[in-house]
Design a protein around this ligand. Structure first.
Ligand SMILES: Cc1ncc(COP(=O)(O)O)c(C=O)c1O
Length: 371
């Protein structure tokens, strides 16, 4: 029997080029991978054009400049450069964590409705996976991460807990207080990873990052991404924050030149482009409001999102509607992989993309008998 590889477990959003070819379409829009639709900051593009001529050289193996910029960006916290590790996307940091802390005798806990990469990297280490099914029916975290259920799954073998906050694919959040009391209640030998890939979208709405937990608890690691609000998914860059000793262990495991030169410089300049981030947040809010209003009109229920995507419940028609939209050149993300068969995840696109999607969705729903 052929063993499932990580790439067969993780199904990324369909690519625009594939769908164009498959259905002979000129225009295809992708609302499937939670990317920022406005493209990277102009300052980052300018710098990329300047730095690309230097890629005959190896990049800085310590990402020194980017770490300094991050320290400044996080100046309201206690984070110093030795609390930071830079990765080839935050996925790499998550993978390094699994390689340092998991083995065949370990147990690892994460929510059933959580980022699939946790499962892939834990499987790669042959650790025993304990998926916790959220049961609480109320609160901001509904359907996402249920900390009480997670706590009940802890055994002497538990080594790592992964929590996405905000959570993907639900878009839901946990409050700082909830997380703090969870961390407090956990044995110190367990590494608690709080994945904040979407935090910038949520901070803007009153959510509080768990960054301050790092100085209080030596077993907390936070991961963050440049792929979302900073719109740099294609160059692959993310970072991890933790005590200097954890960062040291993760650094021992990583390749010396894991983050390319262009990515380092684009990330550093993007941190400083506050007007780009502000505009992206504003655009996202407008797009999200538009989508929510349209879903309300169509009586489609959705999970309360603190991110740049929204997860809608289409009942047993979800798969059919997904396919119909695909034929019409609109790529959404089906969630059967996350055991959420009745749901589809929609990334907030440009105003034009959002409007086009809603028009097509309406006509597909109107053609119910033909679907
Ligand atoms: C919760 C979560 N964490 C991490 C990532 C990966 O981010 P990166 O592109 O930095 O590897 C994603 C990407 O979709 C995500 O949804």
């Amino acid at each position: 029997m052929v063993k499932k590889t990580s790439t067969s477990t993780y199904k990324p959003g369909e690519s625009i080029a594939n769908i164009q070819k498959k259905y002979n379409l000129k225009n295809v829009i992708k609302l499937a991978s939670n990317e920022n639709p406005s493209g990277p900051s102009k300052k980052a593009i300018l710098l990329a054009n300047q730095t690309i001529k230097d890629i005959n050289r190896y990049p800085d193996s310590k990402s020194f400049d980017l770490k300094n910029n991050l320290q400044k960006y996080l100046s309201k916290t206690n984070i110093k450069t030795d609390n930071i590790i830079i990765g080839n996307g935050s996925n790499e940091i998550l993978e390094l964590i699994s390689r340092v802390y998991l083995d065949t005798k370990s147990e690892v806990i994460f929510s059933k409705h959580s980022f699939l990469v946790y499962k892939i990297i834990s499987n790669n280490m042959k650790a025993k996976i304990i998926e916790s099914m959220p049961i609480t029916k109320k609160g901001l975290g509904y359907m996402g991460v249920d900390l009480n259920v997670m706590r009940s799954k802890v055994t002497l073998k538990t080594k790592v807990v992964f929590i996405a906050n905000p959570n993907n694919p639900t878009g839901t959040i946990l409050t700082y207080k909830e997380l703090e009391s969870f961390v407090k209640s956990m044995p110190k030998r367990i590494i608690i990873v709080i994945d904040e890939a979407y935090c910038e979208y949520a901070i803007h709405k009153g959510y509080k990052s768990a960054i301050n937990l790092i100085k209080k608890f030596s077993n907390v690691i936070i991961t963050r991404s440049f792929s979302k609000i900073f719109a740099l998914a294609g160059v692959r860059v993310g970072y991890g924050l933790a005590s200097a000793s954890i960062i040291g262990r993760l650094n021992d495991m990583r390749q010396p030149f894991n983050v390319n030169y262009v990515a380092q410089s684009m990330a550093a300049v993007s941190l400083k482009d506050t007007s780009f981030v502000r505009k992206s947040l504003l655009d996202n809010d407008k797009g999200m409001d538009f989508l929510k209003k349209e879903f309300d009109k169509l009586r489609i229920s959705y999970l309360e999102s603190y991110t740049n995507f929204i997860t809608i419940n289409l009942g047993n028609k979800a798969n059919l509607i997904y396919k119909k939209l695909l034929i019409n050149g609109i790529i959404l993300r089906p969630l059967d992989n996350y055991e959420m068969k009745n749901y589809l995840r929609v990334t907030v696109g440009t105003p034009k993309e959002n409007a086009y999607f809603i028009t097509k969705l309406k006509s597909i729903m109107g053609l119910k008998h033909n679907v």
